[in-house]
Design a protein around this ligand. Structure first.
Ligand code: CO
Ligand code: CO
Length: 373
């Protein structure tokens, strides 16, 4: 990431903070910290936080032993390092609060990342400050991806697709869900995903495929099964998240039928999405196909979610989200039908809004592919 990218992000953040009535944003290690700093820290028992506020350089509290990481940053940063004795950590937080003049501030935090550990140090150092959700600020910053971010997501989709293709030959009756998932993970790493894959792949066969968030089991595939595979790769911190459904040999005609309906619902979502279209409308377009076919009660989740540095982020493609889609927003389109006890189908693609519609990052066949015994 170039220093001009980062300073552009800092400037944008300063503007967004004002709009949201916040004096500062404080981040701990999580998806947004590298986005704004280029810095990577593990989450551990040693708290790390960075404060961002308009017209001041970022202020960081960190362990002394990690101070090398901030030595050659392409932007100024004010550091409050602490030693190995936890009794001294409060002083570092107090120093940062004083330097930023945050004592009575209204300070946004990343609600999906901040822990009680950091919050207690922050509140201890600034008892009169208010720590509130900075979700809207973070979404405003990260929702529209720039060209470099889209390039990483494109690559993450390609790696995931190639990894699945390399796994397909072992998918046959007798193969256990867990074996297939293990092979898929190996292929993801071999094809160039970062080791921190976005999530453990879902590989669910037969009746297990009716559970949208199944965990791979030792169940072996059998002829007549539907098989749902939901997986993704990580490239430079950006994720892909794809689902395809397969038939193991000949499957029941109704299962074939729902696969076709889900394919049409997925296509309707693609056809509807574009700049200016409310997220809810994409959900509606996909859902209506499934409802019209009489399976509405078996489509039990939203049509999609934003995708980027997190597996689930804004914008959510949900019936109540009137947010108009904008160029650069990236999200999944993933309708499904799940028939309890019998099987399920989901088809999940990753898309990015373009000036003329959407770019599809995922292009594996969407029709029900039969893997012969
Ligand atoms: Co998925
Ligand atoms: Co998804």
């Amino acid at each position: 990431m170039s220093s001009s990218d980062l300073s552009q992000r800092h400037q944008k953040l300063a503007g967004v903070l004002g709009k949201q009535g916040l004096d500062a944003l404080v981040l701990n290690p999580g998806p947004s910290l590298p986005y704004l700093t280029g810095l990577h820290f593990h989450i551990s028992e040693r708290p790390v936080v960075v404060f961002f506020s308009p017209n001041k350089p970022p202020i960081i509290v960190l362990p002394e032993l990690e101070a090398l990481k901030i030595q050659d940053l392409p932007y100024p940063i004010q550091a409050f390092p602490y030693d190995e004795n936890p009794a001294n950590w409060k002083k570092a937080f107090q120093g940062a609060i004083q330097a930023g003049e945050f004592e009575k501030g209204r300070i946004g935090v990343e609600p999906r990342a901040l822990r009680v550990l950091e919050l207690q140090f922050l509140e201890g150092a600034a008892p009169e400050a208010q720590f509130v959700s900075g979700e809207a600020v973070i979404a405003e910053l990260r929702m529209r991806k720039d060209a470099a971010e889209v390039a990483a997501m494109r690559e993450a989709a390609e790696i995931a697709q190639k990894s699945l293709q390399a796994t397909l030959p072992m998918i046959k009756p007798g193969a256990a869900e867990r074996q297939i998932a293990a092979e898929l993970v190996i292929q993801l790493l071999r094809h160039g995903s970062k080791f921190a894959i976005p999530f453990s792949p879902i590989v669910s066969g037969g009746p297990n495929s009716a559970n949208p968030h199944a965990t791979p089991t030792d169940r072996e595939l059998a002829p007549g099964d539907l098989l749902v595979i939901d997986w993704g790769a990580n490239v430079r911190g950006y994720f892909s998240d794809i689902t395809r459904t397969f038939a193991i040999g000949e499957v029941d005609p109704e299962l074939k039928h729902i696969a076709e309906i889900v394919r049409e619902a997925n296509a309707a979502g693609h056809g509807c999405a574009g700049p200016g279209v409310p997220a809810a409308q994409v959900d509606h377009a996909a859902r209506r196909v499934i409802e019209d076919a009489g399976y509405g009660q078996y489509f039990t989740h939203r049509t999609g979610h934003g995708l980027g540095l997190e597996g689930h982020e804004e914008p959510y493609i949900r019936s109540d989200n009137q947010l108009p889609l904008e160029v650069g927003m990236s999200f999944t389109i993933e309708p499904g039908i799940y028939l309890p006890g019998r099987g399920g189908v989901r088809i999940e693609d990753d898309v990015v809004v373009t000036p003329n519609g959407i770019e599809n990052l995922t292009d594996l066949p969407r029709e029900l592919v039969t893997l012969e015994a």
